[in-house]
Design a protein around this ligand. Structure first.
Ligand SMILES: [Cu+2]
Length: 141
């Protein structure tokens, strides 16, 4: 009897932790076509956390690219510089916008990016969400 009770409470605790897991929604995600001859580019999107827990973005992968870094821009004596950051917190119920001139995902080692590449965003526990984003040419079509 005691054992069953303990098992039930364990299930209860587990159930709560699962339902409280952060839910990240990616909106208007796109990756820029790289400049011809270059193997790097950037991706932009709005990250909305609809869950009850903060989402700490630690790593990402993009289909067709070797690696992805989280970058931000800082002003350094009037010069805009890119800087790598190692985590990006999206607080519960809030959104973070990645846009040109600000936060972005830096994409390295591009071979061929498909039209709607798969983007995977992972937190510190390597819990990941997978979505598809679009590609956008710098040249207006
Ligand atoms: Cu960058």
């Amino acid at each position: 009897m005691n054992l069953i009770k303990r098992a039930m409470s364990l299930i209860g605790v587990f159930g709560i932790s699962v339902s409280a897991f952060a839910e990240l929604v990616v909106e208007e995600g796109y990756v820029r076509d790289p400049i011809p001859g270059r193997s790097m580019t950037a991706a932009f999107m709005t990250l909305s956390n609809t869950g009850a827990e903060d989402f700490v973005l630690k790593s990402a992968t993009l289909e067709g690219a070797a690696s992805v870094e989280i970058h931000t821009h800082t002003h350094d004596n009037g010069v805009m510089r890119m800087r790598q950051i190692h985590e990006l917190v999206v607080k519960a119920g809030e959104s973070v916008v990645l846009k040109p001139g600000g936060l972005h995902l830096m994409i390295f080692g591009i071979k061929q990016i498909p039209e709607n590449p798969e983007l995977k965003l992972c937190d510190e526990d390597m819990e990941c969400i997978t979505t598809r984003i679009t590609t956008q040419s710098l040249v207006k079509k």
